[in-house]
Design a protein around this ligand. Structure first.
Ligand code: FAD
Length: 480
């Protein structure tokens, strides 16, 4: 057994895969002891929201980048697979570590896991030290005037602004003193990336996972898009948003770093609007913290009785981008090809599923969970509930996005639909978002055969809207 004064501390990296502004790393270094960085792939136990396929692809590349960054500072990453509650104490026993420093989890299952682990480690005379690494604010500190929790975004955002960030970021250390590492799994053996068929080539062409990629994405956004963010953020055919979401979801950059960099680089409405979106992320995490059932149960209890339809064929058409509604299909194909979808189109595709198709938001959230590189339990669950009308501060159920009007407004030149639904590209702009309205000669000239080269709508916007409103009004107790 290692003498106590030479004992190291473990730095347990979970979803804060970075060296810059990582309070868990700073805490581990502040112990004055050698630091052993570890990552545990805990994806086997039931009840955990294990990363979906696209997120696993991201994780693989992010861990490879992190390992290189850590090794360059003298502290290679140790990988273990299994239940964290067993693997962490095992590593503690192997290395004689005195403390375990980790990021504070937001997922309810992970919080339970941490509580249990804390007790187990205390039984071994060891300490688990948690650091806030993913959120801007302590969710227990942001309270209403009467001491309760916010359920409406605007006053929540005002309370965050009034509180202000606590403290400056902690920069990445130049060197991390580290003990000789215990045996590690090989990343390649975890099979996080797909074998044949390789569905991830579009992801690889779109993204650069890892801390350096996150910094580059932030820089590009600040230089090219922040100033006009408020005016252009809803246009899916152009790159006008930061595309930082997967980097933030995996903690490759801290929200504090993003907030401060944007505040230093921008001003006016572009900046205000961008900070507001960072606060929507914060609000989603806050909701998950205070409502641990958010991923499974509607926040508005009356929606538990909503008559969702079981329609596997329609669900599959939606998942595959074959609903016959061009903007919806473009969004779902962007998701499949790149692991990401523009925010406005996320709202439209989600609305089409829960309102026009009357399929439960939980089905949609599960598909997004599996296909998004930025899958985040708080943001995904809160956003789906928001669209379905059953969440906190949600859009009223009767406010139903019309995907044709949305397309004409936000994709007027059809750049987005033409990119992802190329079989419709030759159609004139006028009919691009509603090909079923095009006269037969126009379709023929564009070589579009509805029901052949492109599907007829599963449900037309107007008919779907009527059906959704009828289902909604059939429920007692849901205020309009
Ligand atoms: C149905 C649905 C599901 C969603 N699921 C997720 C998810 O799993 N993970 C996720 O990160 N976002 C999710 N979002 C929110 C949002 O669509 C993405 O965060 C955003 O599109 C990411 O693009 P960006 O990084 O360019 O965002 P920007 O516009 O550049 O915004 C900056 C950052 O703010 C945060 N943000 C922006 N908009 C929102 C929002 N509406 N809610 C919460 N955070 C926001 C993100 O972290 C984002 O990276 C979902 C939205 C909807 C409607």
């Amino acid at each position: 057994m290692m003498p106590r004064d030479a004992a190291p501390v473990l730095l347990w990296l979970r979803a804060e895969l970075r060296l810059d502004d990582n309070p868990a790393l700073a805490g581990a270094l502040a112990s004055g002891r050698q630091v052993l960085p570890v990552f545990v792939l805990d994806d086997l136990a039931p009840g955990h929201w294990a990363p979906g396929g696209a997120a696993r692809w991201w994780l693989h590349h992010s861990l490879a980048a992190l390992d290189a960054d850590l090794a360059a500072r003298g502290a290679p990453l140790v990988l273990r697979r299994g239940e964290a509650r067993r693997e962490i104490p095992r590593l503690v026993a192997e290395t004689g570590a005195l403390e375990v420093h980790a990021g504070d989890p937001t997922e309810p299952w992970a919080r339970h896991q941490m509580e249990a682990l804390e007790r187990d480690l205390a039984g071994q005379g060891r300490r688990l030290v948690l650091h806030r690494a993913r959120a801007l604010f302590d969710p227990d500190a942001i309270r209403t005037g009467t001491g309760g929790w916010f359920s409406v975004f605007s006053p929540f955002a005002r309370a965050c602004h009034a509180r202000g960030l606590d403290g400056p970021p902690c920069p990445a250390p130049a060197h991390i003193p580290s003990p000789p590492p215990p045996p590690s799994d090989r990343l390649a053996d975890w099979s996080l990336t797909p074998r044949a068929p390789d569905w991830a080539s579009g992801l690889a062409a779109t993204w650069r996972p890892g801390e350096a990629g996150a910094r580059a994405a932030l820089r590009a956004f600040l230089d090219a898009s922040l100033a006009a963010y408020d005016r252009r953020r809803d246009v899916p055919g152009i790159v006008a948003t930061s595309r930082l979401s997967p980097h933030l979801a995996w903690g490759e950059i801290s929200p504090r770093r993003v907030w401060l960099a944007a505040s230093g680089a921008g001003q006016g409405r572009g900046l205000t609007s961008f900070l507001n979106e960072l606060l929507w992320r914060e609000f989603s995490q806050y909701l998950l913290h205070h409502h641990p059932h958010l991923p499974e149960a509607p926040l508005r209890a009356e929606f538990a009785r909503f008559p969702w339809r079981e329609d596997p064929a329609a669900l599959r058409a939606w998942q595959r981008g074959r609903t016959g509604i061009p903007l919806v299909d473009a969004g779902m194909r962007e998701l499949w090809q790149t692991g990401w979808m523009h925010n406005r189109v996320r709202m439209i595709t989600a609305s089409y599923l829960v309102k026009h198709l009357l399929i439960s938001w939980r089905e949609g959230a599960a598909w997004f969970w599996d296909t998004l590189v930025d899958a985040d339990l708080g943001s995904n669950s809160a956003s789906w509930q928001w669209v379905a009308g059953c969440g906190a501060d949600a859009a009223p159920y009767f406010r139903i996005f019309n995907p044709v009007l949305q397309g004409q407004k936000f994709d007027p030149d059809g750049a987005y639909v033409r990119r992802f639904v190329p079989e419709l590209a030759p159609l004139p702009d006028r009919f691009l978002h509603a090909p079923w309205e095009a006269p037969e000669p126009v379709l023929a000239a564009a070589r579009v055969r509805l029901g052949g080269t492109y599907p007829r709508p599963v449900v037309l916007p107007a008919a779907g809207r009527e059906r959704a409103l009828a289902a909604f009004h059939g429920l007692d107790g849901i205020p309009a």
